[in-house]
Design a protein around this ligand. Structure first.
Ligand code: SF4
Ligand code: SF4
Length: 354
């Protein structure tokens, strides 16, 4: 365990929460200012090397998969609610295998079940996909980000541990039912906590090395969260080497869809960066959507994911050709021709290291 993590767990166990909250807030402010500074410098770092990389074919470090575009939550900080009329679905195994095999052939090593929106645990074929990918020696890292509500469905939590997934990220609002419902806007808290209890006890039973991180999106202070009965009962006993907790208080605007008044309590809205000369780093990320479409930026949409960031479909084009299309979208960005979804997006970030 790193020293930083040891200190954090000591604080969580000892009751010195207010220091942790002050540290998180301080870290958030510093990080925000540093990122603006970084953007300022990257805006002026139009040196030949950087420019060349941004406009070249670059294989994504991680291939993201949207195996389900349906979500069982409706978070106040997410644009999912605006996509409800859009076609939705689950990825079939053929699509998954085709994209994965092509990515491996190009030298790809890491995958993440992280949809632009949706929740991977709802995919009825997720177990088969996990089993397949976990056996491939070429894939060195498998991760999943989920809201955790469906963990108990078909005992999928066992499949995550049995297939030795490296990282599981569970995003939730709080360990308090009222705060949870206020932010995730679904009555799923009890189901979620049942799944977390099953997952953590199975993880301990199997001596699993899978890292599980709880990403808290709460309107309340750290002290209130970690003094919740459910945190003390379900999470605290397991905190350690492979079980961690992260708190988030700064939110982006989902391309302009989320406003300050949508957020609650201590949640803060991040401003739109002024310096955006370099392409957003997220335009290096590929997400294979449920129907085989490949989209840049695995994070944000504005009303629809079938927009100008779609660079092809795995059933009709190959990944190599799509690398070139991604490079030309980044080039246009740097020529001040931003894709509409990016124009007012406060999730913009630049300064990728190569
Ligand atoms: S943030 Fe995730 S869990 Fe929440 S509504 Fe959006 S896609 Fe669903
Ligand atoms: S600016 Fe926003 S929408 Fe555009 S690529 Fe970056 S994160 Fe995605």
């Amino acid at each position: 365990m790193t020293i930083k993590k040891k200190i954090k767990i000591f604080i969580l166990r000892s009751g010195l929460y207010s220091y942790l909250f002050t540290a998180i807030n301080f870290k958030r402010k510093i990080a925000e200012h540093l990122s603006y500074l970084n953007l300022f410098f990257s805006a002026h770092a139009n040196n030949k090397r950087t420019y060349k990389i941004y406009t070249s074919d670059v294989l994504p470090d991680i291939l993201n998969f949207q195996v389900a575009s349906i979500c069982n939550a409706n978070c106040i900080f997410c644009g999912y609610g605006t996509t409800l009329k859009e076609k939705k679905g689950f990825m079939n195994f053929v699509t998954f295998k085709k994209a994965l095999d092509e990515y491996i052939a190009l030298g790809g090593k890491k995958i993440l079940f992280a949809p632009v929106y949706g929740d991977s645990l709802l995919d009825p074929g997720l177990g088969d996909k996990l089993e397949y990918v976990s056996k491939l020696k070429e894939i060195a890292q498998i991760g999943i980000i989920t809201n955790g509500i469906a963990l108990t469905k078909n005992n999928i939590y066992k499949s995550l541990i049995d297939n030795k997934i490296n990282d599981i990220g569970i995003s939730l609002a709080d360990f308090d039912e009222k705060a949870y419902q206020e932010v995730y806007r679904v009555e799923a808290y009890k189901e979620l906590m049942r799944g977390i209890e099953d997952l953590l006890s199975y993880h301990a039973q199997q001596n699993s090395l899978t890292n599980i991180t709880f990403h808290l999106r709460s309107p309340r202070q750290v002290r209130q969260i970690v003094e919740s009965d459910d945190f003390i009962k379900y999470i605290k006993p397991y905190l350690g080497d492979h079980i961690d907790i992260q708190f988030m208080y700064s939110y982006d605007n989902w391309g302009g869809l989320i406003k300050k008044e949508d957020l609650r309590g201590l949640m803060k809205l991040r401003g739109i960066p002024k310096f955006r000369k370099m392409s957003c780093d997220k335009l290096f990320d590929f997400c294979v959507l449920f129907d085989g479409s490949v989209r840049l930026c695995a994070c944000r949409t504005k009303g629809t994911q079938f927009d100008e960031l779609i660079i092809g479909n795995i059933h009709t084009e190959n990944l190599v050709g799509m690398l070139g299309k991604a490079a030309s979208i980044r080039l246009k960005f740097m020529e001040n021709d931003l894709p509409p979804v990016c124009r007012n997006c406060s999730f913009y970030t630049a300064g990728k290291k190569f």
